[in-house]
Design a protein around this ligand. Structure first.
Ligand SMILES: [Zn+2]
Length: 488
C-alpha cells in the first residue's frame, strides 16, 4: 500500500518532454514510482483529464513576511506554486539594524509588524516554525546588508565595511541562502558601483551561490545594465540571474532583442546566465522610485496608484488623482510618498511582443514579482502569474508549448537555484506536485480586482502531503525552508 496514488494523469515531468498518461505512487515525502500502479493508495487521486506537473517554483517573490503572517500562502498555493524564493531585489527581512527596522515597518514587504528575529538564522527558524504551506528558499538582500553596514551612505564601503558586508553574506550562506540579490534602482543599491559589487560577492562565489539582480536600468539603459550584471557575475565568479527581464517605456520597446543577444553571447562564453519574467505588460514598483526617475506628464496617466493612506486612490491614475485634488501630478506624487513611503504603483509600460520574446528565451523562468500589500491594490501578478502563463500564453496565444512552459516553472529553476531533487517528476525525488486542468486553467485577478483566485489548479501536493484537494486548501502546512544542494 502506498501513502498516495495519483491515477491516470498526463504526467509532464518538467524536463520539457511531452506528457505520458500514467500513475504516480508517493510514499512519505518522496515519489516512489512513476508508471502503472497496481497497489492501492491510502489516499487516491483520480487525475483523468488533468496534467500532473512538478510543483511550480516562483523564483521571484517578495513573500519574506507573508510566509510568517499568512503561512497558508493561498495566493501562491492556489496557483500551483510549491516553492517560493524570497529575498529578491535586494529587499529582505534580515539583517536587523535600526534603519532596516524602520524600512520593514513602513510596510514595504506587506506587514508593518516590528521584526522579532535577531539574525538570518533566527529568521529562518521563524519560517520553519510557522510551517508554511509551500517550501521557501532564501536569497540574501544586498540592499538590506548594505544598509545595516553603511546606513544610507552613498559612499563606497571602506575596507572595514567591506569585511562587515562579507561577514553578513557568509552568515547568510551558512544559514542556507541560495545567493545574494541586488536592486540597483533602489536605495541604497543604486549607490553600489560595479566594482563594489564584484568585491562584495566574494563569499557568495566561494559557496557557489547565485548573483541575482534587479539591474540598474530597465529602460533606455537596459543593454548596458545587462552588460554590467554580466561583468559582475563573471568577475565576481558567480552564476548570474537577471530578475524580471523587460524593457520599460514606449521608446525602449524592442530593446529586449538586444539584451537577449547580449545574454546569449555571454552564455556562449560559458557564463551561466538566466532570467525570469512575469506575464503582464504592466510593472509595479514604489511610487518613490518612479518619482525619482522622473515622470513625464504623458506617463502620469499610465501610473496607477495603490496607497492605503489614500483609500480613494485605488484603481486611479496619478493624472486622475492630481486632477481630483487640483494639483500638478508631480506635486500629487510627492504628497503621497510623504504620507506613505511604501506606496506601490502599477505602471502600464511594456509591450506584449517584448513579454513574449523574453518568455520564449530558452533561459527565461517564470517569477511573479508579486508584492503582498496590506489593504491597497496589489498588482494581479501576485495571484495570477502561473495560471496566466498556462492559460493565456500557452493555450490562447501559443507562445510556449505546455511542456516548455512547465520546464520554465520547474526543472529550469530547480537546477539553477540548486533545489536538490525538486522540479522534476522522478522516482526518489520530492513529491511536490501540481495537478491542473489544461483546458480550464487561467488567472482571474485583474488590475481592478487583483485578489481573485485563479481557476483550474485542482490538487497541490507539497512534500508528499495534499495541500489543495479539488480546488480547496485543506489547511495543510507541509513546507519548510530548503537548503541549496542538500537533501533537506
Ligand atoms: Zn525588482
Amino acid at each position: 500500500m502506498h501513502d498516495l496514488v495519483i491515477r491516470n494523469g498526463t504526467v509532464i515531468d518538467g524536463s520539457g518532454s511531452a506528457g505520458i498518461r500514467t500513475d504516480i505512487a508517493i510514499n512519505g515525502d518522496l515519489i516512489g514510482a512513476v508508471g502503472h500502479c497496481q497497489d492501492v493508495g491510502r489516499v487516491e487521486i483520480d487525475a483523468t483529464n488533468l496534467v500532473v506537473s512538478p510543483g511550480f517554483i516562483d523564483v521571484h517573490s517578495h513573500d519574506d513576511l507573508a510566509v510568517l503572517e499568512d503561512p497558508e500562502m493561498i495566493h501562491k498555493i492556489s496557483q500551483g506554486v510549491t516553492t517560493d524564493i524570497i529575498g529578491n531585489c535586494g529587499w529582505a527581512a534580515v539583517p536587523r539594524s535600526p534603519i532596516n527596522d524602520r524600512w520593514l515597518e513602513s510596510g514595504i514587504l506587506g506587514s508593518k509588524r516590528p521584526p522579532s528575529w535577531k539574525d538570518v538564522g533566527e529568521y529562518r527558524a521563524r519560517i520553519d516554525s510557522a510551517h508554511p504551506s509551500c517550501n521557501v528558499a532564501i536569497l540574501i538582500g544586498y540592499g538590506a546588508v548594505r544598509r545595516a553596514v553603511l546606513g544610507s551612505s552613498r559612499e563606497k564601503p571602506t575596507r572595514r565595511e567591506l569585511r562587515e558586508i562579507h561577514r553578513h553574506l557568509s552568515a547568510g550562506m551558512d544559514a542556507g541562502a541560495l545567493g545574494v540579490s541586488t536592486g540597483l534602482t533602489y536605495e541604497p543599491g543604486r549607490y553600489s558601483s560595479t566594482q563594489e559589487l564584484i568585491r562584495a560577492i566574494e563569499p557568495i562565489a566561494q559557496d557557489e551561490g547565485l548573483y541575482v539582480s534587479h539591474i540598474r536600468n530597465e529602460g533606455s539603459g537596459l543593454v548596458q545594465a545587462v552588460e554590467e550584471a554580466i561583468e559582475i557575475g563573471r568577475r565576481g565568479g558567480c552564476s548570474l540571474h537577471i530578475s524580471h527581464h523587460k524593457a520599460l517605456g514606449r521608446e525602449n520597446w524592442g530593446k529586449v532583442k538586444q539584451s537577449i543577444a547580449v545574454i546569449d553571447s555571454a552564455r556562449s562564453e560559458s557564463l551561466d546566465v538566466t532570467t525570469d519574467v512575469y506575464p503582464y505588460t504592466a510593472s509595479s514598483t514604489l511610487l518613490h522610485t518612479v518619482v525619482r526617475e522622473g515622470i513625464r506628464s504623458d506617463e502620469a496617466a499610465s501610473v496607477v496608484v495603490a496607497s492605503s493612506a489614500y483609500p480613494d486612490s485605488a484603481g486611479r491614475s496619478l493624472l486622475d488623482l492630481s486632477e481630483i485634488n487640483g494639483l500638478e501630478f508631480d506635486e500629487m506624487a510627492f504628497r503621497i510618498t510623504e504620507t506613505d513611503p511604501a506606496t506601490v504603483v502599477v505602471r502600464h509600460g511594456m509591450t506584449e511582443e517584448d513579454v513574449c520574446a523574453v518568455m520564449r528565451h530558452e533561459v527565461a523562468m517564470i517569477g511573479s514579482d508579486g508584492l503582498p500589500c496590506e489593504g491597497g491594490q496589489p498588482h494581479p501578478r501576485l495571484y495570477g502569474t502561473f495560471p496566466r502563463v498556462l492559460g493565456r500564453y500557452v493555450r490562447e496565444l501559443g507562445v510556449l508549448t505546455l511542456p516548455e512552459a512547465i520546464r520554465k516553472m520547474t526543472s529550469l529553476p530547480a537546477r539553477k537555484f540548486r533545489l536538490h531533487r525538486r522540479g522534476t517528476i522522478r522516482e526518489g525525488w520530492y513529491a511536490d506536485l501540481s495537478l491542473f486542468d489544461p483546458e480550464k486553467i487561467v488567472d482571474r485577478a485583474t488590475y481592478d480586482n487583483p485578489r481573485l483566485l485563479s481557476v483550474g489548479v485542482l490538487h497541490v501536493i507539497v512534500n508528499g502531503d495534499v495541500v489543495v484537494s479539488n480546488g480547496r486548501h485543506l489547511g495543510t502546512r507541509s513546507g519548510y525552508v530548503l537548503n541549496p544542494s542538500s537533501d533537506t
